[in-house]
Design a protein around this ligand. Sequence first.
Ligand SMILES: [Zn+2]
Length: 178
Amino acid sequence: MFMPEGKSLRGLYSFVSERTGGDGLKVLKALGDGATDDVIEQKTSFKVSNIRHLLNVLHENGIVNYTREKNMQTGWFTYTWYFDVDRTTQNLLRAKRRQLAGLKVRLTKEETKDFYQCNKKCRPHGFEEAFDNSFKCLECGCRLKPEKDSHKEKRLNELNEQINSLQQLLGNFESNEL
Ligand SMILES: [Zn+2]
């Protein structure tokens, strides 16, 4: 089984934590190369009922999968759970690519948008809103002035930072795929 390391693994863990919470991540880390309920119980000290619930949540999110084996004497099945790295990676890439595309659209919109604000620093108004109200603040009635370039720059920088960190995360995975 391919197992990512370093930044890619941390990226996967934080994705799992976003989807299933910290306890879900603990169960995942206890799986190793594959584990039964009993082994997970020993490693996490969680109750078995809680472990089963967390495994279900992980399974619903496509993060874990299982193999089962029938005990010929008792007729019972033993489930061995494992981390489905490939599927989790695909889910993560899909979600992060969608998020990145959304941020890029927002950046393009914000780059072309001008905002107007009063001296009291009430909320910023878009051009149309400011124009419709004769460039008077809708909250205090003072005159609206174009937003300072430094404010706009700050907003755009924040968006750019988010975009860069997503691109870095995606880059880590894509270089592993080669
Ligand atoms: Zn105002």
